[in-house]
Design a protein around this ligand. Structure first.
Ligand SMILES: C[S@@+](CC[C@H](N)C(=O)[O-])C[C@H]1O[C@@H](n2cnc3c(N)ncnc32)[C@H](O)[C@@H]1O
Length: 134
């Protein structure tokens, strides 16, 4: 279960931030060779997926969650919901450049030694919206 800090503060702030960027000319509704599509969000260091699930539940956007830990990825998959999960490191994201519309990294950066490497990877994969983390 999410803590109150998550459910009442962090997650609403995140959803507002993503939705705001989308409205302000981010990826929301942009044409990609056909009808408008939902922005794709990458949740790096997803853990058991509570932030990823909150984005799919709250905004209805597709989310890809990744984590270094197989245990966390397995738990996120077990909990289900809309997001898809893969195991990879934030320092070597298994994605092409500019392949997602927004990147979220929640409570991750304090766990990584190579901060510049992680920030570089977040920026490389993010096509449109600001990456956000805290
Ligand atoms: C405090 S948890 C935060 C989980 C989730 N973002 C949340 O807010 O509930 C930090 C997560 O970062 C993951 N992590 C740590 N170093 C990582 C790295 N280099 N690449 C990807 N994930 C990493 C850990 O396995 C852990 O699941």
């Amino acid at each position: 279960m999410p803590t109150r800090e998550y459910s009442e503060l962090m997650i609403p702030m995140l959803l507002e931030h993503l939705e705001g960027h989308s409205r302000d000319g981010g990826a929301g509704g942009r044409q990609v060779g056909g009808p408008a599509r939902m922005p794709l969000v990458l949740d790096v260091g997803t853990g058991e997926g509570q932030v990823a699930r909150a984005v799919t539940d709250g905004l209805g956007w597709p989310v890809l969650g990744c984590d270094l830990s197989w245990t966390q990825v397995a738990e996120a998959r077990r909990r289900g919901g809309g997001p898809l999960y893969l195991r990879c490191s934030a320092t070597a994201l298994a994605l092409s450049g500019s392949s997602v519309d927004a990147v979220v990294a929640c409570l991750l950066l304090e766990h990584v030694a190579d901060l510049a490497g992680v920030l570089g990877e977040l920026a490389r994969c993010c096509a449109r919206m600001a990456a956000c983390w805290w």
